[in-house]
Design a protein around this ligand. Structure first.
Ligand code: ADP
Ligand code: MG
Length: 485
């Protein structure tokens, strides 16, 4: 799209993120939440809303909701009620969803994001509320009937709603990525968008830059990855600008994203939307949250990804790239923190994780939790390199793979076993150098006449004669000194 046209408009985006909680049972009933069970096996009479059955609140859900609220700097509501949201749809067995309408568990708050150019921004939240998930409608190819699986009905969700403060697809991408990191760090959701355990709807509108009122918003659904959230926004913004430029009105509607085509298509307009007739859920008593409870949960909070990012930059003096990489998952950050406490060479620790360890994990298709070498082992490798006992190349290409297969050994034992310990002791290196120089008198003369580049050749000879086992830094220095004599 022509930049001149695009730059006439301001883009306004608000996101709604559904976070499916990893609780063992559902939010209001003891049914299991295990994913992938045979359809309609994790359902009892309460899930199905049979007459006379009563819901009972799962405490774990409250704990997870409050933890997320603390992580997002939200106000935690001390007095909450649940509400019924009434609508008729095949995947909703009770005919209503229990949610929180007027008193959400978390109010306001923000999630910090960082853009590629280093800009930092706080994305303001409107609220986070607890609710139950619906079942799943399944449309099989070639079938006219719809099948419904109620296993998911009643599984706990948190819905996080942002203010309309997101201005670009990149900001939306950074926001959803950060939320996913936070829920994973907290261990409350697996953050898997492909499997639908985290879902994101994007509300998008455009307005002329000098306009004072927001444009009509379009809600886009069905993006199954963070990248697709960004793609959907890019496309929808362009579509709205093109329509507006043509003199057509953008109207409020719900659209669905088609990942293959990268486009959005209308699903329903706002006029067709239900009136949900919210009213307080009569079968659940109000929920009171005490300060003591909140304090208790605060004391259990892990470090959050952006806090560790700051710490790695400031305390360990790591570059932005390293800090971002190391805080991508909690397990990686934990590994780095253990390693960082065992060595002073934090940059080297970071390089080991981003290089050889990452390569090993990729090769084996395992995660860092399953990595066999303890931080102590890597710290020893770093020590051996820093003390000049092995070269970095030998450490990463020979010692590391061996250590990974023999994690019961320590790094020094492996170095001895592989016979790769190098000498950094000048007294033992000097005789080798003397021999090499004595064998190449013409070259020594040429060097003395000014062909300083020959030092590399002498190094090569010294390395050959020592089977690569002398510390190159020490050898280099000694060769130069010998030649200058
Ligand atoms: P609704 O009543 O349609 O549910 P809400 O006011 O509750 O709308 O907002 C739902 C989401 O839409 C929020 O994330 C909010 O920030 C966002 N939103 C509201 N107005 C706009 C707008 N004009 N453009 C983009 N997003 C908007
Ligand atoms: Mg709303």
């Amino acid at each position: 799209m022509d930049e001149a046209i695009r730059s006439k408009y301001r883009v306004v985006i608000g996101l709604e993120v559904h976070i499916q909680l990893q609780t063992e049972s559902k939010i209001f009933v003891g049914d299991s939440t295990t994913f992938g069970k045979s359809p309609n096996t994790n359902i009892n009479v309460i899930t199905l809303g049979h007459p006379g059955t009563m819901p009972k609140l799962n405490e774990k859900v409250v704990e997870y909701a409050v933890k997320l609220g603390i992580a997002c700097n939200s106000h935690i509501s001390r007095y909450q009620i649940f509400d019924r949201k009434n609508y008729f749809y095949p995947d909703l067995p009770k005919g209503y969803q229990i949610t929180q309408d007027t008193s959400p568990v978390c109010v306001r708050g923000y999630v910090p994001i960082r853009l590629k150019d280093g800009t930092e921004k706080e994305i303001k939240l409107t609220k986070i509320h607890m609710e139950e998930d619906a079942g799943k409608s399944i449309h099989l190819e070639g079938e006219t009937d719809t099948l419904v699986d109620y296993n998911r009905a009643g599984v706990a969700l948190l819905e996080m709603v942002t203010d309309p403060v997101i201005g670009t697809a990149e900001e939306a991408y950074a926001f959803v990525s950060e939320v996913r990191k936070i829920v994973r760090y907290l261990g409350i959701c697996d953050g898997n968008m492909e499997e639908g355990s985290m879902r994101c709807d994007a509300n998008i509108s455009i307005m002329l830059k000098d306009a004072t009122e927001f444009g009509k918003k379009v809600e886009v659904k069905n993006m199954n990855s963070i990248r697709n959230v960004a793609r959907a926004i890019e496309h929808e913004v362009e579509r709205q600008i093109i329509e507006t430029e043509k003199g057509n009105e953008v109207f409020s509607e719900t659209r669905t994203f088609d990942a293959d085509k990268g486009t959005t298509a209308g699903m329903r307009t706002k006029e067709e939307l239900n009136d949900y007739r919210y009213f307080p859920e009569p079968d659940l008593s109000p929920l009171e949250v005490t300060d003591a409870y909140i304090d208790e949960l605060k004391s259990q909070m892990p470090s959050l990804p952006h806090e560790l990012y700051e710490k790695f930059m400031k305390e360990y003096k790591l570059p932005e790239y390293d800090s971002a990489f190391l805080t991508e998952t909690k397990a990686t950050a934990d590994y780095f923190e253990s390693l960082g406490s065992l060595t002073h060479n934090h940059k080297s620790a970071s390089n080991w994780i981003m290089g050889p360890i990452k390569g090993f994990l990729n090769d084996k298709g395992i995660s860092i939790e399953e990595f066999p070498v303890k931080p102590e082992g890597i710290a020893e490798l770093i020590g051996l390199v820093d003390e000049g006992k092995v070269s970095h190349t030998i450490a990463s290409q020979k010692l590391f793979p061996y250590l990974a297969e023999h994690s019961d050994m320590n790094a020094l034992q492996v170095a001895e076993k592989l016979n790769v310990l190098q000498d950094s002791d000048s007294d033992s290196i000097q005789p080798i150098i003397d021999e090499v120089l004595a064998g190449l008198p013409e070259k020594v003369q040429e060097y003395k006449k000014g062909k300083k580049g020959l030092v590399g050749m002498f190094m090569g000879e010294v390395m050959k004669r020592s089977n690569g086992k002398v510390d190159p830094k020490v050898a280099n220095k000694l060769i130069r000194e010998s030649l200058e004599q």
